[in-house]
Design a protein around this ligand. Sequence first.
Ligand SMILES: Nc1nc2c(ncn2[C@@H]2O[C@H](COP(=O)(O)OP(=O)(O)O)[C@@H](O)[C@H]2O)c(=O)[nH]1
Ligand SMILES: [Mg+2]
Length: 309
Amino acid sequence: MARLFKKAPERKKGLWRRVVDLALTDVRVLSGGMDEESLESLEERLLAADFGVAATMRLVDRVEEAARRGRVRGTDGLASALREEIRTILAPGAEDELRAAERPPTVYLIVGVNGVGKTTTIAKIAHRLRNEGRSVMVAAADTFRAGAAEQLGIWATRVGAELVRGQSGGDPAAVAFDAIEAAESRGIDVLLIDTAGRLHTNRGLMEELRKVDRVVRRRLEGAPHETLLVLDATVGQNALRQLEAFREAVQPTGIVLAKMDSSARGGIVVALQEEQGVPVKLVGVGEGLDDLEAFDPEAFVEGIFAGAV
Ligand SMILES: Nc1nc2c(ncn2[C@@H]2O[C@H](COP(=O)(O)OP(=O)(O)O)[C@@H](O)[C@H]2O)c(=O)[nH]1
Ligand SMILES: [Mg+2]
């Protein structure tokens, strides 16, 4: 199947080197294994870097086992063992770039709580696709917040995308329906549907989102080709709760981790995959149109231990 948003050819280690500081220099590995203190210290560091309880336990267990078998020599060996296990955790999502429809339009549904960066992410994706020569339409299915459609409209004009919007306070599912119709009739390559931010605890709005998803599925077979949950990288473990809650309404196929430029912790990438099985596909690194990168697991693994030993 065709893919959109290919990984950058040169790997950007810099980002991950900066955001996950896993200094391992004083974590001791003795010939017969690791002592309790060192294991605890490693565990604390992984938790502090947002790896979450499940992934942290898995990593510490594996490293301890490898050390006991004499397979971990010194801090270098420790970093290698961790790298290997993180690679294994991230492997299921490793080649997962954005799916494209066999026949246009490709439809992406963008969801997430308020202020995480949904609309900005849509602008960034649209910008990238326009630069690749594809036609793009954006749909303002955020009919809830005053000014939401205007904000999306400004971005659409800037990047050269078409805009479909509905009545303020109208039915977001109807906007999504109309947008697919318009995208089909105008031969648009990619349709990006923006939705209203909602607290994952708001049942009414979650029900509304479920309806948008249902209508999209019924209107176009195979759509949405991706449901991207945008998460704010600075919220830490709360990101896991958000994913859990959104999974009750829609089927997220990938995560956009926005605001990674403002976060000092990147382990959440591993936590999301390990605990929920949903891969991070894109990473937001600023407010500008070019500040979006395809997530590259290899660059992540190389980057996080680059300054650690
Ligand atoms: N630093 C930084 N800011 C971002 C990023 N993505 C979005 N923002 C900012 O976050 C704020 C909310 O973004 P918006 O797209 O309106 O969020 P929405 O409510 O989810 O649609 C805006 O000020 C954006 O400029 C990012 O990757 N890095
Ligand atoms: Mg928005």
